[in-house]
Design a protein around this ligand. Sequence first.
Ligand SMILES: [Zn+2]
Length: 466
Amino acid sequence: MNPFFNPLLSISFLKNYILDPGRTKRLTPSQIERYRDRSLRRILSYAYTVPVYRKKYRQIGLHIQEITEIKDIKKLPFISKQDLRNGFPDEIVPEKSNKKKFYIVSTGGTTGRPISIYTDLPTMLRGITITLREMKYFKLNLRKTKIAHIGNFSRYRIDHVFQEKLMKHLKPFYSMKNTLNIDVNQPIKTIMHMLNNFKPDLIISYPAVFQHLAFLKRKGYGKNVNPKLLQVGGAILDEYTRSYVEDTFRCRLLNIYSSVEAGANIAFECPEGNWHIHHDFFHVEAVDKNMEPVTPGERGHIVITRLWGRGTPIIRYTGMDDWVTLSDNKKCSCGLQTPLFETPVEGRKRATIVLPNGKIFPPGAFCFISSVLHDLKTYKIKQYQIIQKRIDEIEILLVIDEDLRDKPPSFEEISNAIEKVYRTKVGPDVKIIIKEVKEIKGDPNSDKPPQIVVSHVKPEDGYKFI
Ligand SMILES: [Zn+2]
């Protein structure tokens, strides 16, 4: 049965469909705060029916009635990836709930062992309204815009669950001709071919996928692939990849920040380069290594609270492992007034670079190649990767575009310039090896394309230097 024929469900979807996208524009800041307070109270009383949360709250003698506003949220204990993993399957949804109405979604293996949580149809639909808001913001017509999503469609991955469970129910309401889901695990030329036939207006994927598509486009593939906007998530986007791709497709490549646990985009980047947080859907905090909140403007580890949805609640969840800097009431000139991330989300804690001189770089802050190549005015490097092999050894892999091989600057010139900039950052005690490779392979334990910065140094080793 199509669940939309359940009138209650379709009314609530329609209500959200109408109200959600414009909320941040329609309401005054204090109205939004009240809306957030109400959403928190609602989600907390739901969480109290979920054993993994109730046990934690009881343990510290917390009565959820004490939490009436968002600013009280600091009284709530954190929930970790391990908590959710231990609670799977029975303790992470309300007791005695009928699991048939839930779907399992799992995270990828890039940040340690995957975890599985539950979602349901209304929650997935609510997540869509966030995308609708973004499309509206970018002035993309919802009925006409053709969206291609190059993602991970293995079983239980959220993209797959979305496609299987949700899209088929949307058919009566939304033209399937306008969306194309492409599995990332196939040859890039096949992907380009599919895009060429589909002619997308919006493409959503990972940085490395765009990098490869741009490379093919430069070689004359994908004549009909002329999107209006590209959105990228799931990994750090460095400035070189961004300018390479934007220059190729002649449109913007902007970040979205989402996760399986969040079930939707938490934030998106506007053309001004600011990351707007969907703060009526999520409450975002940043904490230091002692789990104490950091002040706005300081870098911390992200903690998220999903202020909506059913299935497994996500309240003060620490499992996302990214570094963020929350801004202090900074206003964006694009006109959208929401809280912002002050700097781009800086990627997985696990890929953090820690050096013998005590310096620490989140992966997003360790890409100095972009500026070197920009200064040399070259697109000769097709792809690159920075690997910290040991605390005192860094290897930089470069893939050269064969068609530009004989054009200046020379490989030596490029590699000398790269070495020079890294030397100033890492100090004299770190060995820097720069070499040319034919290709850069992804992590065999992950199904995502290769990361730009990889570290084999354990974060624990790193913390010794903080
Ligand atoms: Zn903006």
